[in-house]
Design a binder for this molecule. Structure first.
Ligand code: FES
Length: 157
């Protein structure tokens, strides 16, 4: 699918949220990438709900804004285009398919690895979509790939 990149400088509101896009900008691709205080994020619009996540996949930094959206085990997920990791949009949990060793039939089921991808809060005000970053003092695996600055420094090595 297509995505829309916005180039205007983000402005922080009094409540710490940052304007990322207008609601109407989601019409075509149902997703927008943005930068909130040096952090790359993607916002998905799915069945009337907005979900913001770190844009770079926690596994190896894959571009989640290019991933497919699928309903898996009752959760809406994005599938990373690089190695097909599955991330629940509402929680940031990494999901994987496996078998329960105690199940004699070894039926394949979905399990959670816990929260791996950082999610952020989305507010809609006057047709604008605003993102508030979650508390980054608690580490999340996707932090390793989240910042433009980090990427730049990696590129210079
Ligand atoms: Fe996303 Fe590997 S980078 S699955």
């Amino acid at each position: 699918g297509q995505w829309l990149g916005l180039s205007s400088a983000p402005v922080e509101e009094d409540d710490g949220s940052v304007f990322v896009a207008k609601e109407e900008d989601f019409k075509d691709s149902q997703r927008i990438r943005g930068t909130v205080k040096d952090r790359e994020v993607v916002i998905f619009h799915h069945e009337g709900q907005y979900h913001a996540l770190d844009l770079r996949c926690y596994h190896a930094g894959g571009p989640l804004h290019l991933g497919d959206i699928e309903d898996i085990a009752g959760q809406t997920c994005v599938i990373c285009p690089w190695h097909n990791y599955t991330i629940a949009l509402a929680t940031g949990e990494g999901l994987y398919q496996g078998t329960d060793p105690l199940d004699p039939l070894r039926t394949k089921k979905w399990f959670s690895k816990g929260v791996k991808q950082r999610i952020h809060k989305v507010n809609v005000k006057n047709g604008g979509v605003y993102v508030t970053l979650s508390d980054t003092s608690i580490r999340c695996d996707s932090d390793d790939y989240a910042c433009e600055k980090l990427k730049e420094s990696e590129n210079t090595v």
